[in-house]
Design a binder for this molecule. Structure first.
Ligand SMILES: Nc1ncnc2c1ncn2[C@@H]1O[C@H](COP(=O)(O)OP(=O)(O)OP(=O)(O)O)[C@@H](O)[C@H]1O
Ligand SMILES: [Mg+2]
Length: 248
């Protein structure tokens, strides 16, 4: 199995208190990895460290076998941050323009959308099932639809790995189902490695192949099939919380 993301003995603190200490994580090519843990356990921090947006005080991070300092293929990496939902709804851009923005590097100085770009835009909108919304203003779409557009925007540079930080917050059950079907398509058909933070432990273990639990400044990876939700929840949240099962 090829390793595509590796964190080795990383420690990180924003100020004086470490939020990760000597933590390790390995992600293999083709993984759909869930990241779970209580609020404030450093899930978002971990993702930002893996993407080089934060720098660990100790330890090494490798993306696709290169240490982060030497990593150059950022076009192969997609990131959908926790903040996307705070998107300003009066932003005067169409779906097409939002998706095309990730092509700007290829467009040259005049920023024209050329025929080959249009093809690519159509292709990624088709993958996320949003072709009919191409000319709509981004702010006129629902939260779930906007999210599909941000996924399309990530797909336009043919990423090999996509990091997502709580993409399902505020998404209804039907959209959640559509989202997971889309993830399966990206993961299984397009071979994209997915790393996704979620609070819905019951669902994430059914959809992913591995789950990373962040807590107590450490990261523990489990096989989703053998991961014991109830035991995990008790160990993290105590006895008071009950696991909600969405599926029947
Ligand atoms: N910019 C920052 N400056 C200082 N402390 C921070 C900063 N960002 C996060 N923290 C702290 O680091 C810890 C980990 O935060 P992080 O956002 O990674 O948690 P999380 O697991 O993603 O939580 P959530 O489930 O609420 O999204 C928290 O205690 C948080 O308060
Ligand atoms: Mg977070």
């Amino acid at each position: 199995m090829k390793t595509v993301v590796e964190a080795k003995n990383i420690s990180f603190k924003y100020d004086v208190v470490p939020v990760l200490e000597d933590a390790n994580l390995t992600v293999y090519e083709g993984d759909f990895m869930g990241i779970v843990g209580p609020n404030g356990s450093a899930k978002s921090t971990l993702i930002k460290l893996l993407l080089g947006l934060l720098k660990p005080q100790q330890g090494e991070i490798y993306l696709m076998d290169k240490s982060l300092q030497n990593f150059k293929e950022w076009h192969s990496i997609g990131y959908i941050s926790q903040k996307v939902k705070g998107f300003n709804n009066s932003f005067p851009a169409t779906v097409e323009e939002i998706v095309a923005a990730n092509l700007y590097k290829e467009m040259g100085v005049f920023k024209f959308i050329r025929a080959k770009h249009r093809e690519k835009i159509d292709e990624v909108l088709d993958i996320v099932g949003m072709t009919d919304y191409k000319k709509r203003l981004i702010g006129s779409l629902s939260g779930g639809q906007q999210q599909r557009i941000f996924i399309a925007r990530t797909l336009i540079s043919n990423p090999q790995i996509i990091f997502m930080d709580e993409p399902l917050v505020g998404v209804d059950l039907e959209s959640e189902e559509r989202f997971y079907r889309l993830m399966e398509k990206l993961n299984k058909d397009l071979g994209i490695t997915l790393i996704m933070v979620s609070h819905d432990i019951g669902v994430i273990t059914e959809r992913t192949n591995r789950v990373a639990c962040v807590g107590k400044r450490q990261v523990f990876v489990h096989d989703s099939k053998t991961f014991n939700n109830e035991e995990y929840i008790k160990s993290v949240y105590g006895d008071k919380i009950k696991l909600l099962h969405h599926r029947h």
